[in-house]
Design a protein around this ligand. Sequence first.
Ligand SMILES: [Zn+2]
Length: 267
Amino acid sequence: MIENVSDKNFFFQFSEAMKKFNDQKIVKIFTSGSFLDKTEISEKLQEKICETLGKKTKKVIVESRPEFVNKEKIKKLSKLCNIEIAVGLESANDDVLKYSINKGFRLKDYIKAAEIIKNICSLKTYILLKPPFLTEEEGIKDAINTARIAGKYSSAISFNPVNIQSNTFTEFLWRRNEYRTPWLWSVIEVLKESKKLTNARLMSSPTGGGTRRGAHNCGKCDKKILGAIQDFSLTQNPSVFDNLYCECKEEWLDLLEIEGFMQTCHS
Ligand SMILES: [Zn+2]
């Protein structure tokens, strides 16, 4: 029934994972690439997986690049299970997509896919906070602007602050002190401002948060701030950010101002 090697391999992994299935309400399928890419997982297997999970769980989240989003296919899958498609837009700025992230698609490609998904099932969008070559303030503005656009199509938006992974270009810049991972104050700013612009559910769960390789503050307040970000992600109530203070907030505010000034001098 399953013909090709990639399918056999994937189905084996899926079957193994299903042994651990314990009536979870939401199942997220992690693939290295796109679940909807039929060269990775054949359409027959995509359907089989959705059908299997559709009987067992309330929601199935799969990730896909925009180019694999096809109306007929999504219609078919959404009949088999309650599917949510997660797309990593990262930034709505084509220059950032091209030069900072090398994403290989443009905003218009995301919008085309997002319009299809929105009319059939739910869309979750991932946004990157502070890709390389952006200052802290540019990173904040870019993430908010991206949320403003993605918010028109998405039922949920997840902000991923950049974290430093081994053997990446970002790590190279970071080692040369030419890149700092975003401040947690910036994550808060993005969540608060984006909330004013969209009804999408907003969340952030910073990978490596509070460490030098992840989004971090001064070290003293990180735990408290990460707790507030988690509270917000659950409650959507921006008042969880009220009365949060640490002296490093001044340093962060100064940085935004100084970087802005340096940019003006360069241009
Ligand atoms: Zn602090």
